[in-house]
Unconditional design. Structure first.
Length: 361
């Protein structure tokens, strides 16, 4: 069976790009602690938004979807699931909440991972929730011709339990002995977890939940406020490409994890930048700023089309009615232009559109 020993990273050299990512994330971590001490009201709003986005994004990567309205109701615990997809979405929401609220007492051990997987599939009729796979699985893609191409063959079922035990033990040992920075260690653990592919179903979603768990346990809380899962979903092609390049030679132990490390660090850094941007906007708005001022400041930085929902997410100090009123005023005074009607309504800055292309009022 493939061996797992994260102590080998102690003597490994890392390129300047990876080291630069780590240095910048460490810097943002320090700023994060400052924001958290201030206990801004906006933080609670960001948590609500991130939970919805994380639940939606992580499931949509696997083709599990529902309507926006139903999703919000499920996350807010105001409805019951109507179909299989919604049952899986509800399971993800529950485990996400569990990780958010109890990360410090959820150990990185196979027993805990099995229990999280059990809860992920709790509302489905699947019998394998909380159990390692019993049949071989594979990572594949379907070509336009309809042909199925196998991209990677994970470990066999009989190898799975021992492999998960080993990566958990090796991870904890490397962490305790500070063999390597956690920001390198975490992507390596997640990469091995995905290559082991320990479950019949739910491996991708579990990997993203474990990413949050490991980050929180190491003091990187940005995923509570800015959805890491959404950042992955928005760059899904790069995500799969980094995995493909990082798992070459994995069974022989000759693979290079740097493509996946680089990708994940880029995602984490982008989330920290977004977090800082939103906190700075909240602080700059000040007590004397009106909702109109706050929204105008936000949209002045937007490039391309945007929706009311994006404005609401970008201005966490404001409620829906305040954002709606501010947008209406911005349209009326010509600062932004409305495009489309109803649910398809979008907006764009007026200075981005030629006068000849502007709609008549």
């Amino acid at each position: 069976m493939r061996e797992f020993d994260y102590s080998k990273f102690r003597d490994r050299t890392w390129d300047n790009e990876i080291l630069s990512y780590i240095a910048k994330i460490h810097e943002y971590k320090g700023k994060q602690e400052l924001y958290l001490r201030q206990k801004l009201v906006e933080l609670n709003r960001l948590i609500e938004i991130a939970k919805i986005q994380s639940t939606e994004a992580s499931n949509s990567i696997e083709g599990i979807v529902t309507t926006s309205a139903r999703l919000k109701q499920l996350v807010a615990d105001k409805t019951t699931p109507k179909n299989r997809d919604e049952k899986e979405i509800l399971g993800y929401r529950n485990v996400l909440n569990l990780v958010h609220e109890n990360y410090d007492v959820i150990s990185v051990r196979s027993g805990y991972i099995l229990q999280l997987h059990r809860d992920l599939l709790k509302f489905t009729n699947f019998s394998y929730g909380g159990k390692f796979k019993t049949t071989p699985n594979e990572i594949s893609m379907t070509l336009e011709s309809g042909e199925k191409r196998v991209l990677f063959r994970p470990l066999e079922p009989f190898e799975t339990e021992a492999a998960v035990d080993t990566i958990c033990d090796s991870y904890q040992k490397a962490l305790d002995n500070e063999f390597v920075d956690e920001l390198i260690l975490i992507p390596c653990f997640i990469l091995d977890f995905l290559c082991i592919h320990p479950f019949n179903d739910g491996n991708g979603r579990m990997s993203r939940l474990l990413t949050l768990l490991l980050l929180y346990r190491s003091g990187y809380f940005v995923g509570q406020y800015i959805s890491i899962e959404k950042a992955i979903a928005d760059t899904k092609e790069a995500y799969y490409d980094s995995l493909r390049r990082a798992d070459i030679g994995w069974h022989e132990g000759t693979n290079d994890p740097k493509p996946f490390i680089r990708y994940m660090l880029g995602v984490i850094l982008s989330c920290y930048r977004e977090f800082e941007s939103r906190m700075n906007a909240a602080q700059a708005s000040g007590a004397k700023s009106t909702s109109y001022d706050i929204v105008k400041s936000y949209v002045s930085e937007k490039v391309g089309r945007f929706t009311k929902q994006e404005v609401l997410e970008g201005c966490p100090s404001l409620g829906s009615s305040s954002v709606e009123a501010a947008i209406k005023k911005l349209v009326d005074d010509g600062t932004i232009i409305r495009i489309g009607l109803g649910r398809r309504t979008m907006y764009v800055r007026s200075d981005a559109v030629d006068r000849s292309q502007r709609p008549n009022k």
